[in-house]
Design a protein around this ligand. Sequence first.
Ligand code: UDP
Length: 292
Amino acid sequence: MSLRAKLVPQVEFEAVDGDSPTGGIGLVEGTRPDSLFGVVPIGPIKISLLSAEQLTQRLIGHAFGDVTQHVVTANAQFYVLAEERQDFRDCIRGADYVCADGVSIVVACKWLGRAKATRIPGVDLISDLCRSAAGLALKVFFLGGNPGSAERSAAILTERFPGLRVAGICCPPKGFQSDPEMLSKVLSEIKESQAAILFVALGAPFQEFFIQDHIRPMNIPVAVGIGGSLDIIAGEFKRAPRYIQRLGLEWAFRLAQEPRRLARRYIVGNTLFLFYLVRYLLGYEAHTGRAD
Ligand code: UDP
């Protein structure tokens, strides 16, 4: 038996009834209660095991409600931040869905949780949600991104999904949250739009705190943190070809396009991520979760 097999609890998951309360994820063996809810704990965070289709279906259902569902699209950077910052850890734990945006999170689920998480990149989730929203006349709102990205993304998505109702587009300047007047203007715009789905492209961890502190109290039904996804949809950066995505190398493709912004994040961040992963694998902290 390998060291990993000895250290990591054995839990098997399999798809069951798509209409089940767990969104089609059933616990086959093992007794970890979290798995009943279709999530797997990896270190300080819990990753959803829903497929892209199941997640979209769930979120569209929530979009008709009036209680905010906070969706986090997590990558290695999120994991490291959650390890290092109590406030971010609490924020992520308070979110309703944390999906694996990056291949590193999928690997962590496999190694730490013995579970198969689907990679759901923010760009794909936006597309899936907009497709469904268009058919149901649900209004969407795009917030943040590089200047012009939100407008271009909205135009591209409206053309791709005829009938898509764009309730608002807002690209405030960086640091807008420190100006009370500007912050209040942005929040009023979002509230008055009566959007059912809000895409927040303000970068991590800011966008997660923004949703927690400002959007949840407004009861916008679905709020998704999407990082730099609008810049990709708008064509500012290219999406990796399918075969590169399948090889799990989309991050390398992005790094090649934005080396200045991403090099430090990837080199330092991924090294720390690996460090924390190995630390868990060696049983440094109980696999059942942390005390705080
Ligand atoms: N961003 C923003 N306002 C801010 C900080 C960031 O609109 O105050 C945007 C930025 O323009 C870019 C995105 O956030 O579009 C980058 O987010 P992140 O670095 O999380 O993207 P990732 O590379 O992880 O997808």
